[in-house]
Design a protein around this ligand. Structure first.
Ligand code: ZN
Length: 559
C-alpha cells in the first residue's frame, strides 16, 4: 500500500534526523514571537530565525561540534524569545514599543538606583511576563539537548546523512532559506533581528542622552528668539508668578475634585476661603502620559518640535522677569531642556531619578528665598515629585492613614467590587496617602505666594500635574498609563490676587489642556507678544476649546 509506505518513510525520517527538533524548536519560537509581535511581523521575525534552525540539517560528526551547535542554537533561539517577551511586557504595561519616545526617554533618563526601585515596585508583573520566557527556555533546552554531544543511539548509521531526503523536503528548506536571505538583504527587515534591534536601541538611548547634554546652543537660540519676539508687559507694577508642577497626580483622587477620601483638606479649605480668587479647573487634561513630553508641550506652547520653538521661560526673561527653577527632580532631560533656561537653578534632590526619596518639602527653603528676592518681576517654577511611583516614598511612614484594614471605606468597597487585587488596593492606599501629604505642601506654596510682596503687586500661582496616574481606576495596573484616561486626568488650579473680571463659575467648567498652558502662563505673567493666541488661553473670553487626540479612549472631556 502506498499510504503505509509513505507513513513509514516519514516515520523513519522523523526518527533519524533533525526534523523532530526542528519542528519542536520552530513551534516554540512561533508561540513566543506571536506574543511580542503583530501580524506580518510574526512571519518576518520567524524568517530571520530560520538560518539558525536550518543548521540542524547540516551533518556533523564531531561530538564537540554537535555540542557547540546545540549551545549555539539555544542561544540563537533565546535571543528571539527574550526579544518577544520584553516587547510583550512593554506593550501590556505601557502600550508602547521599545523604540517609542516614551520608552526611549524613560530609559535615557534612568539612573541605576531608579531601576532597582522600578524592580521593587513592578516585580510581580515582571515575573508574570517572564514566565513564558522561562518555560520556553526550558523547553528549548530539552529539545536541543539530544542533538548535542551524545552519539545518535537510535540511528547507528550516522544520523541525518544516512537518510535519503525526499526532494520536496529539500525544496521546502531551500525556499525557506531563500526567503530568509531576502529578509537579511533588506535593511528594515533585518533590523528586526533581536541582536541588531537591541544594539540599535541602546545606541538610540545613548544618542538621546548626548543630545540632552549638548543643548547649550539650543538654549541660547531660545533666549535669542524670545528677545527677537519683543514681549511687552501689560503693567509696570511688580509681579510674581509661582508655577507649581507636580508629578503623577490624578485629579479623581483629590477631595477637592470630589474623591470620597479627603485627600486635600488644606486645598479644599483654601478653595472655600479664597472663593473666586482660586479657580479650580474641573476638566483639566494632560495630552502626554509621561513627564518629559508633558513638560516640553507645556513650556513650548504645544509645539516643542517646531522649527522655531518658543519657550515660556525664555519669553519671561526677555520680558524682564527674573526666573527661578526649583526642582526635586534630579533629571538630566528636564534640567537641560527647561531648568537651565532659568537665571537661578536649584535642584534639591540629592539622588538622581524619580524614585528618589528626597522629600518635596525641601523646595520650601529655596522658594522662600526666591520670593524674598528684591527683583520686581519674578517667575518661580517649582517642580515636585508629587505622587510619582514609588508612592510610599512620597510620605513619612506614620502618615499611612488609608492603610487601616479594619476600616473599609467607599473607595475600598468600590475597588473590591471592581475585582481589584489586594496588592493594587494597597497601592491605592499608598497613592492616596501620598496625595494627602502633598496637599499640605501645595497649600503652603500658595500661602507663601499670597504673603509675598505687597497687595498692590500682581501675584499669581498656578498648580498642575504633568500627567495623571492609573491606580486601579480602569485596569489592574499602578503607574503611568498611556492607554487609559486616568493617565491624562490632572488637576489644574489658578490663584490671582488681581483679576480684570471676577472669576466666573463657568470658567471652572471649561476643559483645559496642559499643552496650551503656555498661553495661560504668559497671560498670568502679563506678557503681550506677537504670537499670542487668546483662543488657547483658558482665562480668556476668546477661549475656543478643541479636544486633543489622546492615545487613550476618552468618552468626554467634560465630566
Ligand atoms: Zn511624570
Amino acid at each position: 500500500m502506498i499510504g503505509t509506505d509513505v507513513i513509514e518513510r516519514l516515520r523513519r525520517l522523523w526518527r533519524a534526523g533533525p526534523l523532530a527538533p526542528f519542528f519542536a524548536i520552530a513551534t516554540t519560537l512561533a508561540l513566543l514571537v506571536v506574543i511580542g509581535h503583530d501580524g506580518r511581523r510574526v512571519g518576518q521575525v520567524l524568517l530571520l530565525a530560520l538560518p539558525g534552525l536550518a543548521w540542524l540539517f547540516w551533518p556533523l560528526r564531531s561530538a564537540r561540534m554537535k555540542a557547540l551547535r546545540a549551545l549555539g542554537l539555544w542561544l540563537w533561539s533565546m535571543a528571539f524569545v527574550a526579544d518577544a517577551t520584553l516587547r510583550a511586557y512593554l506593550f501590556d504595561t505601557y502600550e508602547a514599543a521599545p523604540d517609542s519616545s516614551l520608552v526611549l526617554s524613560a530609559m535615557a533618563n534612568t539612573a541605576p538606583r531608579e531601576s532597582a526601585q522600578y524592580l521593587a515596585m513592578h516585580w510581580r508583573s515582571l515575573v508574570a511576563a517572564c514566565l513564558p520566557m522561562l518555560a520556553a527556555g526550558l523547553l528549548l533546552m530539552a529539545f536541543v539537548w539530544p542533538i548535542g554531544g551524545r552519539p545518535a543511539a537510535a540511528s547507528g548509521t550516522g544520523g541525518a546523512a544516512a537518510v535519503a531526503w525526499p526532494r520536496w523536503a529539500i525544496a521546502l528548506l531551500c525556499v525557506g532559506l531563500l526567503a530568509s536571505s531576502v529578509a537579511y538583504a533588506s535593511k528594515p527587515w533585518r533590523r528586526l533581528h533581536p541582536v541588531l534591534y537591541w544594539s540599535g536601541w541602546s545606541q538610540s538611548v545613548q544618542g538621546l542622552r548626548a543630545t540632552w547634554a549638548g543643548s547649550e546652543t539650543r538654549r541660547r537660540d531660545l533666549l535669542d528668539r524670545a528677545k527677537a519676539a519683543e514681549p511687552q508687559l501689560r503693567s509696570q507694577a511688580p509681579a510674581t508668578l509661582v508655577l507649581v508642577i507636580s508629578d503623577s497626580v490624578n485629579r479623581d483622587n483629590l477631595g477637592l475634585y470630589g474623591y470620597p477620601r479627603d485627600t486635600t483638606p488644606q486645598l479644599s479649605a483654601r478653595s472655600v476661603a479664597l472663593q473666586e480668587q482660586l479657580l479650580v479647573l474641573r476638566n483639566a487634561w494632560s495630552v502626554d502620559p509621561a513627564t518629559v513630553p508633558a513638560l516640553a508641550n507645556l513650556f513650548h506652547f504645544g509645539a516643542p518640535a517646531a522649527a522655531q520653538p518658543m519657550h515660556v521661560l525664555a519669553l519671561a526673561r526677555a520680558a524682564g522677569y527674573r526666573v527661578w527653577w526649583i526642582s526635586n527632580h534630579d533629571d538630566v532631560a528636564i534640567e537641560q531642556t527647561h531648568g537651565r533656561l532659568a537665571d537661578e537653578l536649584r535642584v534639591v534632590s540629592r539622588t538622581p531619578g524619580r524614585s528618589s526619596e528626597s522629600p518635596d518639602t525641601d523646595v520650601l527653603e529655596p522658594v522662600r528665598a526666591a520670593l524674598a528676592d528684591p527683583a520686581a518681576r519674578k517667575l518661580v517654577v517649582v517642580h515636585l515629585m508629587g505622587a510619582h511611583p514609588h508612592y510610599s516614598l512620597r510620605y513619612p511612614d506614620e502618615k499611612d492613614v488609608f492603610e487601616d484594614d479594619r476600616q473599609i471605606d467607599a473607595v475600598e468597597r468600590r475597588l473590591e467590587s471592581q475585582g481589584r487585587p489586594a496588592w493594587l488596593r494597597q497601592r491605592r492606599n499608598e497613592y492616596d496617602a501620598a496625595l494627602l501629604h502633598h496637599d499640605a505642601l501645595v497649600s503652603e506654596l500658595l500661602d507663601l505666594t499670597r504673603a509675598s510682596g505687597t497687595n498692590a503687586d500682581h501675584k499669581a500661582w498656578m498648580f498642575l500635574s504633568d500627567h495623571g496616574q492609573e491606580v486601579g481606576h480602569e485596569r489592574n495596573h499602578a503607574g503611568h498609563s498611556p492607554g487609559t484616561a486616568a493617565g491624562y486626568r490632572i488637576p489644574a488650579l489658578i490663584w490671582r490676587n488681581q483679576t480684570d473680571a471676577p472669576t466666573r463659575a463657568d470658567l471652572a467648567l471649561r476643559p483645559f489642556r496642559s499643552d496650551w498652558g503656555g498661553w495661560t502662563l504668559t497671560d498670568l505673567l502679563g506678557i503681550r507678544w506677537g504670537a499670542d493666541d487668546p483662543g488657547r488661553n483658558v482665562l480668556s473670553g476668546e477661549y475656543q476649546w478643541r479636544a486633543p487626540q489622546l492615545r487613550a479612549p476618552v468618552a468626554s472631556f467634560i465630566d
